[in-house]
Design a protein around this ligand. Structure first.
Ligand code: COA
Length: 159
């Protein structure tokens, strides 16, 4: 399945999914993904239906720190009609691959909503619940700002 770097043509796809999936956590119109993807040390990958039509079907946004040697998945989302076909898994695998190339072996982190069934995807890919550690104080259980759902930290060692 084709995965490529983001282009300006993908912005409306990302902003649409961002609002649809993540406004429940950050508030309507907050556009979390759109804000993060323009920050330094951030990679946005787009999954497309095929190389000819090149229509976006999903995205993942990951940020990294070379000083701390870790990466953080900010968001992953797949268009609703494209789910359960392996798109999310392909995006995660490519994300891991690109971060391994950039950082070598390191820790990959994310937060997922306590009630979000997407947690199963991360467990399937080897992520585990992360217990508080003073070296990564930002990776703690927190609350999403809008709906106050618990944001649970998960982590995986990228070898
Ligand atoms: C999470 C998400 C990206 C998964 O994308 P996807 O393309 O459907 O995932 P895949 O088809 O690769 O699924 C791989 C496996 O994980 C499981 N899985 C994935 N998403 C799941 C979900 N939401 N609930 C339950 N199981 C899920 C699948 O059942 C599948 O397992 P199987 O191979 O044993 O059947 C998609 O559901 C989505 O966009 N959700 C809304 C946004 C979101 O919540 N993102 C995560 C927080 S950042």
């Amino acid at each position: 399945m084709p995965i490529r770097d983001v282009t300006p043509q993908d912005i409306s796809f990302i902003s649409g999914l961002d609002e649809r999936e993540f406004s429940q956590y950050s508030g309507p119109g907050h556009m979390t993904c759109m804000k993060y993807m323009n920050e330094p040390h951030t990679l946005t990958l787009i999954h497309t239906n095929n190389e000819t039509e090149n229509i976006p079907t999903g995205f993942v946004i990951v940020q990294w720190s070379t000083t701390k040697s870790c990466s953080y998945i900010i968001a992953i989302a797949v268009a609703p009609e494209q789910r359960n076909r392996g798109v999310g898994s392909s995006l995660l695998k490519e994300c891991e691959c690109r971060m391994r190339e950039a950082l070598g072996p390191h820790g990959m982190f994310l937060h997922v909503g306590e009630h979000n069934s997407a947690r199963k995807l991360f467990v399937k890919h080897g992520f585990q619940d992360w217990k508080y550690d003073p070296h990564t104080p930002e990776m703690r259980v927190s609350l999403y700002r809008y709906n106050k759902e618990k944001a649970l930290p998960m982590a995986k060692v990228i070898t």
